[in-house]
Design a protein around this ligand. Sequence first.
Ligand SMILES: [Zn+2]
Ligand SMILES: [Zn+2]
Ligand SMILES: [Zn+2]
Length: 291
Amino acid sequence: MKPNANSISDSSEIFKSLYQRQLSESIRSNTNSSNDEIGSKRCQVCKKGFMLRRKITCQICLSVYCSDHCTRKRKLNENEDFVFICDICDEEETKKEIAQEIDQEIEKLSLEVKELKENNERLFKEHYNNTASLNNIDMEIKKQEWNNKKQEEELLSQLESEQNRGVKIRNQVDSLRRALDESSKSEKFMSEACLEAENETEGLKLEIHNVEEQKDEIMSQIDKINSSLRQSLSLDQIRKILCEKCLLLVNKNLESNEKPIEDVVETVKEYHRQSFVSQDTDKPTKECVVC
Ligand SMILES: [Zn+2]
Ligand SMILES: [Zn+2]
Ligand SMILES: [Zn+2]
């Protein structure tokens, strides 16, 4: 049941009219008490006799009244007929009814007030609880925000360090790639050099082979010359077909040892063999049968 402004203003109206009725009643009762001696021969209100008027008995106060002052009818009990009531008793009854209504209204209103108070207390408690939980939630949100901010900062710093690491690694990869390029270049260069060296070795082998063949040929020529010398050539003739170097050698051998010419030729040959082995590059100054 909700309180409403109309019912409250109605109640105050009822109080007001009740007060006015009570006032008039008290005035009237004073008048009545002074006229008790008149008895039942005159109307209790207008004090007129019943010679020309109808006499009515009020069924509540049992006093007699003229027809002008006993006009109301009421049921005294639920299952009875309507009976005449004097105006005074009617007012009294009305007053009782109004008082009863007021009591009921007051009871109703106090119930409403009680209910409203309870509601108010409940709402206050709810408000208090809500405020408390709101504060808690607010604190929780602030805490969460702070945590989020902290996490964000951590993640940012991690990201930054990862980026730095990435840059470092990229630089390392670049330098490794450069080194790899260089090493593959040098490998290529080395293999080319190896190939060249192999070719050179092959050439040298060929040259050595040629030189050996030449040597063998020279040896056979020397042998020929030797044998022809033994048969025909004199020392003077030999001297003419030798280069200065070979001539010097021959002379030296002849002077020191008085060797036979064959031995001298052998010595010269030996000399040439050795000088060949030691890669002597001195060129003869004139054509020579030995070298
Ligand atoms: Zn009267
Ligand atoms: Zn009466
Ligand atoms: Zn020579």
